[in-house]
Design a protein around this ligand. Structure first.
Ligand code: CAA
Length: 400
C-alpha cells in the first residue's frame, strides 16, 4: 500500500504522475523492469505478432518468470502480493511495448486473480493461486456471449444444481486468453427471471468434460492476443467451484470489471504514450519546408495536446488503482479513467499518424498498428457508451 507522506515527490517521468506520494522500492523496481522489457523485447516483436496474429508466447513466459503473472497473488501462494498501483505501473510499460501482451496480463491479473482474492474461499485460493501466480495456468474471464455484450444481465448460459455439482450450458464469445487458459471465471444464470439475483460465478478448470474451445475471433487490433468462443455443454462443475454466494455472480462480475477497466485504461495510456513517443521522434528527425517538423507550430501543438491529455488520463488511472487498493468505491473513477484514456489513445494515434503523413500508414512505422490497437480499447471491458452510462449514474449534485 502507498504512504501519502509527500516526502518523496517526483517531478518527471511516469512516476512523476503520482505527485506527493511515496512510491515503494518494489514498485519502482517493477516499473523499471517492465520498461526495460518493453524496450528490449516487446517493441521489436510487436509488429510481427500483429501481422501473423500469433500469441506472444515467449514474452508472456518471460514475464511469468519475472513474477508478473503473480503481481496480485498473495506471497504464500507464490505471488508477489503487490497492489493495483504496482500492476498499473508495470502494465503501462508492457502495453507501451505490445498491447497483445498487455491485455493477456491485464485479464490474468485484474479479471482472474483480483476476484479470486476478493471472493474466493481459502480452499479456492490454495487450489488456484499457485498455478496462476507462476503463470503455469493462464486466467480468463468469460461473461460476454454471442448475443449479449453490453447487456451483461441478459446472459443466457445456464447453470442447474444436481447434488454436489452445477451443470453449465451455453456459449461465451470474445474471451481473451480463452484457448490457453488453465483457470476461467465464468457466469451463468439459474433463472433469467431472477435477473441479477439469478447469476452465479464459477471458477472452472477447462480440462473438465463438457468444455470446449470454439472459433477463434479475428480482430481489427490487438491481434496477437488469444480471443475465442468457449462452449459449455453439460459441463459438470463441483459445488466447491462456486465463487462467492449463490446469486452473487452479477455483483462479482461488475466489481471485477471495475478493476478490469483500470487495466484497460492503463493499456490505453500505454498505447497513447507509444504514439506520442513515435510522433516526437519523427517530428524531431524530419524536415519540411526547410525546418524540423517539431518546430512547426501545428505539429508542436498536436504534441502538446497529446502530452497533456495522456498525463491527465494517467492520473485518472493511477487514482482509480489507488482507490481500489484502499478498498474505496471506484466504479466511477475506473469508468472515467477508461473513457478518457481510450479516447486519448485514439486521438493520439490519429495525431501521430497525421504527423507521420504517408509513413504513418505504411508498415515501416508502428503507428498503423497502434491506430488499430487503440480502437479496441473503446470497445472491450465496456464500450465508451457503457462507461458514460456508469459515470452518469454516479454523478450527483454537489451541494457542499
Ligand atoms: N459493483 C457491484 N455491484 C454492482 C455494480 C458494481 N460496480 N454495478 C452494478 N451492480 C449491481 C447493482 O447494484 C444491481 O444490484 P441489485 O440487483 O441488487 O439492485 C445489479 O448489479 C444490477 O445492476 P444494474 O441495475 O446497474 O444493471 P444494468 O443492467 O442496468 O447495467 C451495466 C449494468 C453497467 C450496463 C453492465 O451490464 C455493464 O457493465 N455492461 C458492460 C459489460 C462489459 O463491460 N463487458 C465486458 C466483458 S469483459 C471483457 O471484455 C474481457 C476481455 O476479455 C478483455
Amino acid at each position: 500500500m502507498l504512504e501519502s507522506t509527500g516526502t518523496e515527490i517526483e517531478s518527471s517521468g511516469r512516476l512523476g504522475a503520482i505527485l506527493g506520494v511515496s512510491v515503494p522500492e518494489t514498485h519502482r523496481q517493477m516499473y523499471a523492469e517492465a520498461k526495460q522489457f518493453a524496450d528490449e523485447v516487446l517493441i521489436p516483436a510487436a509488429d510481427l505478432h500483429d501481422r501473423e496474429e500469433s500469441f506472444p508466447e515467449s514474452q508472456v513466459n518471460a514475464l511469468a518468470e519475472k513474477g508478473f503473472l503473480g503481481i496480485l497473488a498473495p506471497e504464500q501462494y507464490g505471488g508477489m502480493g503487490l497492489d493495483n498501483l504496482a500492476l498499473t505501473l508495470a502494465l503501462e510499460e508492457i502495453n507501451r511495448g505490445c498491447a497483445s501482451t498487455g491485455v493477456t496480463l491485464s485479464v490474468h491479473n485484474s479479471l482472474l486473480s483480483s476476484p479470486l482474492l476478493h471472493f474466493g474461499t481459502e480452499e479456492q485460493k490454495e487450489r488456484f493461486f499457485p498455478g496462476l501466480a507462476s503463470g503455469k495456468s493462464l486466467g480468463a474471464y468469460a461473461i460476454t456471449e454471442p448475443d449479449h455484450g453490453s447487456d451483461a444481465l441478459s446472459i443466457e448460459t445456464t447453470c442447474r444444481k444436481e447434488g454436489d455439482e452445477w451443470i453449465l450450458n451455453g456459449t461465451k464469445a470474445w474471451i481473451t486468453n480463452g484457448s490457453r487458459a488453465g483457470t476461467i471465471i465464468t457466469f451463468a444464470t439459474m433463472d433469467p427471471a431472477l435477473r441479477s439475483k439469478g447469476i452465479n460465478a464459477f471458477v472452472v478448470d477447462p480440462s473438465m468434460p463438457g468444455f470446449s474451445v470454439g472459433k477463434k475471433e479475428l480482430k481489427l487490433g490487438i491481434r496477437g492476443s488469444d480471443t475465442v468462443q468457449l462452449v459449455f455443454d453439460e459441463m459438470r462443475v463441483p459445488a466447491a467451484n462456486l465463487l462467492g454466494e449463490e446469486g452473487q455472480g452479477f455483483k462479482i462480475a461488475m466489481h471485477t470489471l471495475d478493476g478490469g477497466r483500470v487495466g484497460i485504461a492503463t493499456q490505453a495510456v500505454g498505447i497513447a504514450q507509444a504514439c506520442l513517443d513515435a510522433a516526437v521522434e519523427f517530428a524531431e528527425g524530419h524536415e519540411m519546408f526547410g525546418r524540423r517538423l517539431a518546430d512547426n507550430q501545428l505539429v508542436s501543438h498536436k504534441i502538446a495536446d497529446m502530452a497533456t491529455r495522456i498525463e491527465a488520463s494517467r492520473l485518472l488511472t493511477l487514482r482509480a488503482a489507488m482507490l481500489k487498493d484502499a478498498g474505496a468505491p471506484h466504479s466511477r473513477q475506473a469508468s472515467m479513467a477508461k473513457l478518457s484514456a481510450s479516447e486519448i489513445a485514439n486521438d493520439a494515434a490519429r495525431m501521430a499518424l497525421e504527423i507521420h503523413g504517408g509513413a504513418g500508414i505504411g508498415r515501416q512505422s508502428p503507428i498503423e498498428r497502434l491506430f488499430r490497437d487503440a480502437k479496441i480499447c473503446e470497445i472491450y471491458e465496456g464500450t465508451s457508451q457503457i462507461q458514460r452510462l456508469v459515470i452518469a449514474r454516479h454523478v450527483r449534485p454537489d451541494r457542499s
